[in-house]
Write a protein that binds this ligand. Structure first.
Ligand SMILES: [Zn+2]
Length: 201
């Protein structure tokens, strides 16, 4: 069961791709900071290697390891010192060239890809043009217009929007046991950014 809050249409699309065996080589999640892009990408990574019945089950070894960031076939790349550099992409490519160690797929999650240098973006383009088998790339960026068009055109783009106040309020009360008055206040000032609202509790 997916635990991502909101973004129901994107979850339905990803679940359908898994169920029908038609998973794309690359997805690009776009949307404001703290709207849940990387969280959804991590759940997709878990779902792709999940051994449970209703993937992502959240309780099998693959799901637990992916959530903890210790799955040997799931690689997370984030900006270091403000940018994603070509060395990070080259290291990732070496890892993706190997067969999956214990999962069905090797999965790269690249957060804040708008922070990639031109050299890093061009290096990743080669992987997008000739994706290794059993590899899925999950990119996240604030806006597709900040990326090379050649990158965007090779990804299935999932534009995520901010959540409604009601969704955030319900989640803060139901999942994070926040006081109702505080949950309402936080949901109103969050601007739809669930990650921000959670970090403020
Ligand atoms: Zn699972």
């Amino acid at each position: 069961m997916w635990r991502t809050i909101g973004h129901e249409w994107a979850i339905a699309l990803l679940q359908r791709a898994i169920d029908t065996g038609r998973v794309s080589h690359a997805y690009l999640f776009t949307g404001p900071a703290n709207v849940g892009k990387t969280h959804l990408a991590k759940e997709m990574a878990a779902a792709l290697n999940c051994a449970g019945d209703a993937s992502p089950c959240g309780s099998c070894r693959a799901c637990l390891k992916t959530a903890r960031g210790t799955h040997p076939d799931v690689f997370l790349v984030e900006p270091g010192n403000g940018s994603i550099k070509i060395d990070q992409i080259r290291q990732l490519q070496r890892q993706l060239a190997l067969s999956p160690y214990e999962g069905r797929q090797r999965i790269a999650i690249i957060a804040d890809f708008q922070a990639a240098t031109v050299q890093a973006a061009n290096a990743l383009l080669k992987t997008l043009e000739e994706p290794p088998s059993r590899v899925v790339l999950l990119l996240a960026a604030v806006d597709a217009s900040l990326l090379l068009p050649t990158i965007v055109s090779r990804c299935q783009v999932l534009p995520l929007r901010g959540l409604s106040c009601q969704q955030i309020e319900r989640a803060l009360i139901g999942r994070w046991h926040e006081r109702p008055d505080l949950a309402r206040l936080l949901s109103k000032v969050s601007g739809g950014r669930i990650g921000w609202a959670i970090s403020a509790t």
